[in-house]
Design a protein around this ligand. Structure first.
Ligand code: EPU
Length: 330
């Protein structure tokens, strides 16, 4: 592994990716770039494009399975873009007072956070850290995504969520790097987010302004705890996985059955390929038991998709992204 001054930010050659994902599989990438500010992120993207490369963006690696071997090109990691801010009065996303999501509520010392219940977040802030910051300020609106392990950028881009709510419930505007490489703010009504997809195309999410509504901290805390208890009871949260493998199908076609229920009904739980297994706890999770390869996981994903298609006629759509040299970028 070596660094380079060819890039406008920290750059690691042949960086290994498995430990940067929650599934813990995958090989290396030719170049991993680690910008520390939105401007550096835009510069890193531009530098890659100048070399004829279309970079992939990696946040918490919670919804991606990366191929074994060497991935050609560039991956931009948002790891170092972890900031969460409170906007100064009336200036969403503009000159902002810094607030680190990891600091204690006392250190935040807001005059009256309820007057302007908004947060400005950068793409590399973790969703758990964002939820903690919002909770401790008495900001409600995102409790429904408690337990989702990814980062803000991925959460916004794929509209992360579940049965209790989703990321775009609180989005006032997003800052993106547009197809032309420029930083641009998009208001909520300029966007068309849908189920598990913000439909932002090739744009890179840099950050967002989130609007919450004030509620007592204890109420928010209790709601989050309740959701988490329910989730932990039915999902393999402590094991290595990429979250739900499939999107839920159109309920009219599946008689209201979720993807996990369909896999379960078709006898898919416990199916294995190498060290990858369909979780015996929840049919929509594939778990790496320790030494799974990307091929084990990809093959098992397709086995399960085929099984459900054969038995029900429903071809489930992948929610998890696959990063193989041949895959189209999403
Ligand atoms: N079920 C079974 N067997 C299974 C799995 C589920 O019978 O193996 C039953 C459950 O008991 C429940 C029903 O199916 O009655 C629906 O539950 P399920 O967890 O399958 O679906 P969901 O509630 O629609 C969504 C998100 C989850 C998110 C939860 C909670 C999708 C595909 N799934 O699940 O998201 O955690 O809501 O908010 O949208 C993810 O995106 O990675 C993810 C796991």
């Amino acid at each position: 592994m070596s660094s380079s001054t060819l890039w406008p930010c920290v750059a690691i050659r042949e960086a290994s990716l498995a430990e940067r994902t929650t599934m813990r599989v995958g090989g290396r990438v030719e170049w991993l770039l680690e910008p520390t500010t939105p401007d550096e992120l835009a510069a890193a993207n531009a530098a890659a494009r100048d070399r004829g490369l279309r970079p992939r963006v990696l946040g918490g690696g919670a919804n991606v399975v990366i191929d074994d071997g060497l991935l050609p090109g560039v991956v931009i990691s948002t790891e170092r873009l972890r900031r969460v801010f409170r906007p100064l009065a009336g200036e969403a996303g503009a000159e902002s007072e810094t607030l680190d999501a990891e600091v204690t509520p006392a250190a935040i010392a807001p005059p009256d956070p309820a007057q302007d219940p908004r947060l400005v977040v950068w793409c590399g802030a973790t969703l758990p850290a964002l939820l903690r910051a919002a909770r401790d300020l008495g900001y409600s609106g995102l409790e429904g995504i408690v337990g989702v392990p990814g980062y803000v950028g991925g959460g916004v881009a794929m509209n992360a969520g579940g049965r209790w709510g989703e990321m775009w419930d609180v989005i006032e505007s997003v800052r993106v790097i547009d197809e032309d490489g420029e930083l641009r703010d998009l208001a909520r009504d300029e966007c068309t987010p849908s189920y598990r997809n913000a439909n932002l195309g090739e744009r890179i999410v840099v950050g967002a302004v989130l609007r919450f509504h004030p509620e007592p901290v204890l109420v928010i805390r209790e709601r989050m705890r309740d959701y988490l208890v329910q989730k932990n009871a039915v999902q393999p949260v402590t094991e290595w996985s990429a979250g739900c493998v499939f999107k839920n199908p159109d309920p009219e076609r599946s008689e209201g059955r979720s993807a996990g229920k369909l896999v379960d009904d078709c006898g898919g739980k416990g199916l294995e390929r190498g060290e990858a297994i369909v979780s015996p706890l929840h049919g929509n999770f594939i778990v790496n038991r320790g030494k799974a390869t990307a091929v084990d996981v990809f093959t098992l994903m397709e086995d399960v998709q085929d099984l459900v298609a054969q038995k029900t006629g429903i071809r489930l759509e992948f929610e998890v992204k696959r990063w193989r040299p041949s895959d189209p970028r999403e």
